[in-house]
Write a protein that binds this ligand. Structure first.
Ligand code: GDP
Ligand code: MG
Length: 168
C-alpha cells in the first residue's frame, strides 16, 4: 500500500536542541556533546498514523542557523515545521517569530508546532509560562514542552505533525 513521506524542517536558534531532537527521535540516543552537525541532511523514522504508514524525514540545519545562512534547499518541499526554543535561552524565545516568518516565506502555511525544549532545566527557566502561551496563541500553533534529554514529549511533537499533515 501507499506510503506517505513528510519532510519536516526543525528551526530555531543554535543550541536549543534541534539536532538532539532529531537524533533522539530517529536513533533513540542523546549526547551532551555539542555537535554542530549530524553529518547528513536528514534522518528518518517510520511510524503508523491513523492506519497509514508515514515516513518522517527530519531535516537538520548543520549549524548554518547561527550564520543566518540556511539555504532554500533546506526549506524546499517542507510539509511540516518545528519551531524550537530553549527554556534557558531568552534570545531563542524572542527569535521564534522571525523563524516562523522565514519558514512561511519559503513554504507558505504548513502544519507547525511550537516547542519549548529543555524543560528538565526548569530551575534555570528565563521565560514566563504566560509569555509562551501567548506566543503560541498568536502564532496559532500547538505548544509542546519537551525534554530531549529525558525523552519527554518528543514523540508527541512528530505524532501531532503527522496527523495534521494527514488531515490536510
Ligand atoms: P542545536 O544547535 O539546536 O542543534 O542544538 P543541539 O542539539 O546541538 O544541542 C545543544 C546542547 O543542548 C547539547 O549539549 C545538547 O546535549 C543539549 N540539549 C539538547 N536538548 C536538551 C534537553 O532537553 N535538556 C538538556 N538539559 N540539554 C539538552
Ligand atoms: Mg544542530
Amino acid at each position: 500500500d501507499l506510503e506517505i513521506a513528510i519532510k519536516v524542517v526543525i528551526v530555531g536558534n543554535g543550541a536549543v536542541g534541534k539536532s538532539s531532537m532529531i537524533q533522539r527521535y530517529c536513533k533513540g540516543t542523546f549526547t551532551k556533546e555539542y555537535k554542530k552537525t549530524i553529518g547528513v541532511d536528514f534522518l528518518e523514522r517510520q511510524i503508523e498514523c491513523e492506519g497509514e504508514d508515514v515516513r518522517l524525514m527530519l531535516w537538520d540545519t548543520a549549524g548554518q542557523e547561527e550564520f543566518d545562512a540556511i539555504t532554500k534547499a533546506y526549506y524546499r518541499g517542507a510539509q511540516a515545521c518545528v519551531l524550537a526554543f530553549s527554556t534557558t535561552d531568552r534570545d531563542s524565545f524572542e527569535a521564534i517569530q522571525s523563524w516562523k516568518k522565514k519558514v512561511e516565506d519559503e513554504c507558505g502555511e504548513i502544519p507547525t508546532v511550537l516547542v519549548q525544549n529543555k524543560i528538565d532545566l526548569m530551575d534555570q527557566n528565563v521565560i514566563e509560562p504566560e509569555e509562551v502561551d501567548l506566543l503560541a496563541r498568536m502564532l496559532g500553533c500547538r505548544l509542546l514542552l519537551t525534554s530531549v534529554k529525558e525523552d519527554v514529549n518528543v514523540n508527541a511533537v512528530f505524532r501531532h505533525l503527522a496527523s495534521r499533515c494527514l488531515a490536510e
